[in-house]
Design a binder for this molecule. Sequence first.
Ligand SMILES: *Cc1c(COP(=O)(O)O)cnc(C)c1O
Length: 427
Amino acid sequence: MNEQIYKQLGIEEDVYRFCEQICEALAPRFAEIDKRAEYNQLKVIKAMQDAKVSEACLLGTTGYGYNDLGRDTLEAVYANLFHTEDALVRPQITCGTHALALALMSNLRPGDELLSPVGKPYDTLEEVIGIRPSKGSLKEYGITYAQVDLLPDGEFDFDGIKQAINEHTKLVTIQRSKGYEPRKTLSVERIGQLISFIKSIKPDVICMVDNCYGEFVQTIEPTDVGADMVVGSLIKNPGGGLAPIGGYIAGKKDCIENAAYRLTSPGLGKEVGASLGVSQSFYQGLFLAPTVTASALKGAIFAANLYEKLGFTVVPDAKEERFDIIQAITFGKPECILAFCKGVQGAAPVDSFVTPEPWDMPGYDAQVIMAAGAFVSGSSIELSADGPMKPPYAVYFQGGLTWPHAKFGIMNTLQEMKNAGIVTQFP
Ligand SMILES: *Cc1c(COP(=O)(O)O)cnc(C)c1O
């Protein structure tokens, strides 16, 4: 039955059969993911019920946005969900980088030091911190930065971290996802160990977790293991594909208060900030987020199993446990990246007819190719792939609002590999 519709979409029989065979073997793993999604779905429902979400919450305000019921209740929902005292969830937070910058700039003061105990942070944060000189960076405000890299085996450098913590250390930033680094993504349990260690040395240090791409992958979140703040983007996991913009910070009351005074103005804080018309998409997106994240995870696991079988290096590998939704595949050849991205693009519901081309993206030292045909521009919870056109020619793949779309997208990458003559045999 399904073979016919795949054929109409350009998937040939040998590609289809090979992919189906891999999917069948993944059934037990997918069942585990579904179980976790079920738990997280109920967790979201409980958070919404406990906050007494009502139909009136779905409406929006304009202007100052005083007494915006939808906005204030949604922030209570996020606080319930992450088991924190408070949360800031706003369309005025423009992206993940902005949310992280806001959390950092509002909770650090001149003379304070920021510490990353897990190596280099996400690319865009380099300019926020001032690792790369930038206007308005923390560095310009007299906030220093220290970094302790992970050990070669990926473990925390506890001795190095202990030495790096000093009387100026005010805030520790821990990135959950590997992002585009070769290290492993941290499990919530490992983040908990790290936070316990840091707090045993300096109890009043603020531990912040960059939660991007990690939400709902496990059944606990970093705030369940001692994090004072979690920060993320609504055009990734927690927006469920429906949020058109936004970011969140959930955490201790004073941390959130600082962030609110910085986002709007001292004295105004959380009281202003109209939700315009986006509240409904924030609620509904959060409601869908557990199953959307599960779909993206299944896609990543399918891709890992498929390309590992074809002899390519995949990170995470086909078998290992996942702590975020990103899949890296190292191809070693530029033409593979082109074919892969063509396949992702060709499977999209939007802009399927365009061919992605490498371009000189600002801030990168090599050309970058990106594939996405998203309903929300730049949304990486939707099926998307990107890769720098330089050795080792790796592509980073993530997202998929539904499992059938993620599956088709990956099948289509293989079809494009076949069309380009790169893959000729299916083991
Ligand atoms: C995506 C991401 C960010 C930045 O989010 P943007 O929305 O792209 O600004 C920061 N940290 C990590 C780990 C991310 O994955």
